[in-house]
Structures are given as structure tokens and as C-alpha cells.
Design a protein around this ligand. Structure first.
Ligand code: ATP
Ligand code: MG
Ligand code: FE
Length: 343
């Protein structure tokens, strides 16, 4: 079974060929970071234009690297949401055109389901499993009892973890995207500023990161007023310590409460060295298996979309040519309303 997967939800034009749900034959990512850098973040109109420019080049490269043609493809998968509507539309239109022209089944994939399924490229899932999703737009704890079924047990009440990283990086005058920059700096600094850990002791799996972002800004501002120099490395280390502490503590509690077989970490912030290390330390002596993708599968890519689509394909899910981009698609509801045609 060969799936051509397409991902254009944000600022990466990505396509991949996935064999039998677990094997990556090709995984091409055309990043637009350089174009958005000077604006300090993703500009939706620029993202859409780049996707249009890149999409056929990326398709050719993806097929070429896998050594196949469109005839060999069994199904076409595409991220239908959530994300930037204009960016999503380019991928969805391309997928529909290809499905129509080559008479192939079409599968719509939820972007966050994709981030989660990046881990199935490492190892087969064992249920029940818990996913800690930490990305640019999401921070969620998601429970799964079976393939393609997702229960959100906690989520951020304001900023996502990646969003907090990017905003704090901006206040430290670091280039976009700020996550990797803060991560690097944090390794050189010390936790000099004891920032609070929001909601850490509260009886909820929800998160909150906007207060921490404000605390960072206030600390910088106050130091400036006093004419003091603040080390960016120490600020990065202090900020990261708070984020990681909250994420690891809540995740640990949920792993215990739900007695899961596997803990999966997903999304761009899963690339964070501090978080990866803290999770490995916390769970070394626990009998839960921890999966964290290699860095290139943490940030946006289409291999993860193909991995999620493979299961959906086996389960008989097919989208029609009326498939539309949905910028606010819910992960709990999206499978329930998609067409199922078994047998
Ligand atoms: P979503 O997946 O929620 O729709 P997105 O696709 O924009 O959002 P991803 O591509 O999954 O997000 O992740 C990008 C985010 O990950 C950015 O906020 C970026 O700063 C962050 N990030 C990437 N690498 C690291 C790192 N090493 N440490 C911390 N954050 C990181
Ligand atoms: Mg991105
Ligand atoms: Fe993403």
C-alpha cells in the first residue's frame, strides 16, 4: 500500500510517500522560513503564494525520490485542517485534482493526528496510549484507546507551548522561529529567575502559558528600568524550566491515572532538547514506553500525514471530491463525520 501525502497547513510545503503505514519512501519538505523571517512570523498570504509556487516541484521530487509514478500510488492523503485556511486550500485542491485526474481514493487527515502518527513510523502503537501534543498552535494531552479515535483530556487555555517559545524569543530579539533558538540558549544558561508553574498543582490537565510570557517581559522590563543587564541565556533557561516542568508533571500524572502502555510526544516543541531529556529522566524507571520522533518528524512534514492516513485507509475512510479545508477542525469530531465505505 503506497500513500502520497500532502501537507500545507502552515509554512511548509511537504509531500511524502509512505509504504504500508510505517515505511518512509520519500519525505520532502520545502520550508518557507527564510521568507517569513523578516516579518517575525508566518504571513498567511505569503505562505499561500509559496505553496502554489512549490507544490508541483515538491510533487515531482517526492515521486522521484521514492522511485515511483502516480500509477503506483494507492491513495492520496491531505491535511484538511486545522491551519491557515489559504495554505490548507492549496494542498486540498492539489490532492483533489490528483485524485480526480488519476482516479485514486482521497483521504482527509487532521494535522494533529498527523503529528501523533509520526510516532508510528518508529514503532507500532499499543493502546491505551497518551499523547503529549506540543506544537506551534496546540498544547494538548490526548488519550487513544484505538486507532483513529482521540479524546482530549487537557489543553491550553491561552497560548500554545510553541507560541510561547516564539513570543518569548521575540522579546529577546531572537529570529523566527524562536523555539530552537531558546532551546540552544537555555543549554548555556541557568535558572536564575524562578518563574511560576501555571496550574501545576491544580486538578486539571489544562495548561496556561500566557502568564509566563508576561512574567518574562516584566522581568526584562524591570531590569531595563534599573539599568541592569539580563542574560538571554539565563532568561531562556528559566523560561524553559517552567514550561518543561509543567509539561512533564502533568503528563506524568495523566500517565499514572490512565495507566497507558505508551506515551507519545508530538509536535514541533517535541524537538526541544530540555523537554526530551526531562521526559526520558522522569520515565526511565516507569513501565510505560516513551516515543519521541527524531527532530525532522517533530516539526511539520507529510510523512506523518501519510502515517495517519494509512490507518484511515485500512479502516475504509474516504473523502469525496467535496473535501474542503477546515481551519478549525476538531480532532475529536473529524473522524466521526467522514465517509466510511467498508468492503
Ligand atoms: P500546529 O501543529 O499546532 O498546527 P505548527 O504546525 O505551526 O502548529 P509545528 O510545526 O508542529 O507547529 O511546530 C512549530 C513550533 O515548534 C514553533 O512554535 C517552534 O518554535 C517550535 N519548536 C521547534 N523546535 C523547537 C525546539 N527545539 N524547542 C522549542 N520549540 C521548538
Ligand atoms: Mg511550521
Ligand atoms: Fe504542526
Amino acid at each position: 500500500q503506497l500513500i502520497l501525502a500532502i501537507e500545507t497547513s502552515c509554512d511548509e510545503t511537504a509531500m511524502a510517500i509512505i509504504k504500508d503505514g510505517r515505511e518512509v519512501l520519500s519525505n520532502v519538505v520545502a520550508s518557507q522560513i527564510e521568507s517569513h523571517k523578516r516579518f517575525g512570523g508566518v504571513v498567511p498570504e505569503i505562505a499561500s503564494r509559496h505553496h502554489i509556487e512549490q507544490i508541483t516541484v515538491v510533487l515531482e521530487e517526492t515521486l522521484k525520490q521514492a522511485g515511483i509514478t502516480m500509477d503506483d500510488v494507492d491513495a492520496i492523503a491531505v491535511t484538511e485542517g486545522p491551519g491557515l485556511v489559504g495554505a490548507l486550500l492549496i494542498g486540498v485542491s492539489a490532492a483533489k485534482s490528483l485524485a480526480f485526474a488519476h482516479q485514486k481514493p482521497l483521504i482527509g487527515v487532521h494535522h494533529i493526528a498527523g503529528h501523533i502518527y509520526a510516532n508510528r513510523l518508529l514503532k507500532e502503537f499499543e493502546f491505551p496510549l497518551l499523547s503529549l501534543v506540543v506544537s506551534g498552535g496546540h498544547t494538548e494531552l490526548i488519550l487513544m484507546d484505538e486507532h483513529g479515535q482521540f479524546e482530549v483530556i487537557g489543553e491550553t487555555r491561552d497560548d500554545a507551548a510553541g507560541e510561547a517559545y516564539d513570543k518569548v524569543a521575540k522579546t529577546l530579539n531572537l529570529p523566527y522561529p524562536g523555539g530552537p533558538q531558546i532551546d540552544r540558549l537555555a543549554q548555556e544558561g541557568e535558572e536564575r529567575f524562578p518563574f511560576t508553574r501555571a496550574l501545576i498543582n491544580e486538578d486539571t490537565y489544562d495548561f496556561s502559558f500566557s502568564g509566563l510570557k508576561t512574567a518574562v517581559m516584566n522581568t526584562l522590563h524591570n531590569a531595563q528600568q534599573r539599568g541592569e543587564e539580563v542574560s538571554s541565556a539565563d532568561m531562556a533557561a528559566s523560561f524553559q524550566a517552567s514550561v518543561v516542568d509543567v509539561l512533564v508533571t502533568k503528563t506524568y500524572r495523566a500517565v499514572k491515572e490512565y495507566g497507558v502502555e505508551q506515551l507519545i510526544v508530538a509536535g514541533g516543541v517535541a524537538a526541544n532538547q530540555g523537554l526530551r531529556k526531562a521526559l526520558h529522566e522522569k520515565f526511565t524507571n516507569e513501565d510505560v514506553e516513551v516515543l519521541i520522533p527524531p527532530l525532522h518528524l517533530c516539526t511539520d512534514n507529510a510523512a506523518m500525514i501519510g502515517a495517519a492516513a494509512s490507518i484511515a485507509y485500512e479502516q475504509g475512510h474516504r473523502a469525496g471530491l467535496d473535501l474542503n479545508a477546515n481551519p478549525s477542525l476538531s480532532i475529536e469530531k473529524y473522524r466521526k463525520r467522514s465517509t466510511v465505505t467498508k468492503g
